[in-house]
Design a protein around this ligand. Structure first.
Ligand code: 3PG
Length: 400
């Protein structure tokens, strides 16, 4: 983007593909981290006199307008953060978008409605995606890719549109890639990775890759119970991905062969039921050893011994990557595991990276100072796929 700015953008219509996919409670944004993350790019372009068209997806609407997934709250928040009026188009490539972009003056910013209100955005069919990208291209002279959280998606605005316009990477993408490169090329050791979240299946590919790269991998969250089951423990009614058991067993064996410490919880908090997330009523969980989980009870967070163990495994790390909460952190009775891992990163003298999505939201909702971490990525799936060594469509499209 510095190259673009030095060439001059005054009066040019610049399409910024951002990731404004923020968590919402109704129309209230509960974490605006992703909006703040794109400010440097938008401010630099607007400050240089560009007519800035910001576009993003939000949630997973079904290819048609759906008010529950409107970008209007995100556009309003962007305006507040910029301290400027931000125009909002109520469609993506229709009359409202065309008129809104035509009405922009130099240095003004507009947000167009959710890209996924159009089936062409996410279509698997190249021609359908291409046709939608053609319509988006008509709104702009230049493309800036800055939606790091979506670069792993082969979607029209991420992959097909940059091929139709002069294209550049924004500041956020440059920062994110710079940080993740430190984890893939010549990483400082010990390199410790903490992985949580509900599903093993989301993390299999990254574990596969990390078994050749990391020194230690700490497992938490719902997926830990599939690991415990694979080790032969009873896990009551805990989350289990039975179809992943064979893969997990193979990983446990490979970790031993490769000299990678693959660490699973030694104790866990259990209850008979999943907590009520609306009322957040006290759940009164019991603490049990991981090899003594009672039938009829489910594990919902790592236990106190595991918290201590994981903190000690993180203490001497030179590099840490953390993705995925250790428990149902949104409920106060199950937040301690996630809090302990976040605290261990804060206390770590090493370079610490929080990988997007739920873990980034957890850090902020649990009240941690963002500046206490080396980097908080805006990309959950995107940062994982980067670490898996995959070619990411949204980065490949900017590279040529
Ligand atoms: C994310 O939240 O990880 C990104 O915004 C991508 O969203 P998606 O998983 O719905 O494509």
């Amino acid at each position: 983007i510095d190259e673009l700015l030095s060439e001059g953008v005054a009066g040019k219509r610049v399409f910024v593909r951002a990731d404004l996919n923020v968590p919402l409670d109704g129309t209230t944004i509960t974490d605006d981290g992703r909006i703040r993350a794109v400010l440097p790019t938008v401010e630099a372009l607007a400050g240089a006199g560009a007519r800035v068209v910001v576009a993003s997806h939000l949630g997973r609407p079904k290819g048609a307008p759906d008010p529950a997934f409107s970008l209007a709250p995100a556009a309003a928040r962007l305006g507040e953060l910029l301290g400027a009026d931000v125009a909002f188009a109520t469609d993506t490539v229709g009359e409202s978008a065309t008129a809104t972009v035509a009405g922009l003056t130099d240095g003004q910013v507009a947000v167009i409605e959710n890209l996924r209100f159009n089936a062409g955005e996410t279509s698997k069919d190249d021609a359908e995606r291409g046709a939608f990208a053609d319509r988006l291209a008509a709104l702009a002279d230049i493309y800036v890719g800055d939606g790091f959280g979506a670069v792993h998606r082969k979607h029209a605005s991420v992959f097909d549109l940059p091929a139709r316009l002069p294209h550049y990477a924004g500041y956020l993408i440059a920062t994110e890639v710079g940080v993740l490169r430190k984890l893939t090329d010549d990483v400082r050791r010990p390199y410790v990775v903490a992985l949580g979240g509900a599903k093993v299946s989301d993390k299999l590919a990254v574990i596969d890759e990390l078994l050749g790269k990391a020194d230690r991998i700490l497992i938490g969250g719902g997926m830990a119970y599939t690991f415990l089951k694979a080790q032969g423990h009873e896990i009551g009614t805990s989350l289990l991905q039975e179809d992943q058991l064979a893969a997990v067993r193979e990983y446990l064996e490979r970790a031993e062969k490769n000299g990678v410490e693959l660490v699973v919880p030694v104790d866990t908090l259990v209850a008979a039921e999943f907590p009520d997330m609306k009322t957040k009523a006290p759940a009164d969980p019991a603490t049990v050893a991981a090899d003594a989980m009672p039938a009829g009870q489910m594990g919902l967070d790592i236990g106190p011994e595991t918290r201590k163990l994981y903190a000690s495994k993180l203490a001497d790390a030179a590099t840490v990557f953390w993705n995925g909460p250790m428990g149902v952190f949104e409920h106060p009775d199950y937040a301690e595991g996630t809090r302990a891992v976040a605290q261990a990163l804060v206390d770590s003298p090493g370079f610490t990276v929080v990988g997007g999505g739920d873990s980034a939201a957890a850090v902020r909702t649990l009240g941690f100072d963002e500046n206490a971490f080396g980097h908080i990525s805006t990309g959950g799936g995107a940062s994982l796929e980067y670490l898996e060594g995959k070619t990411l469509p949204g980065l490949a499209a900017l590279e040529d």
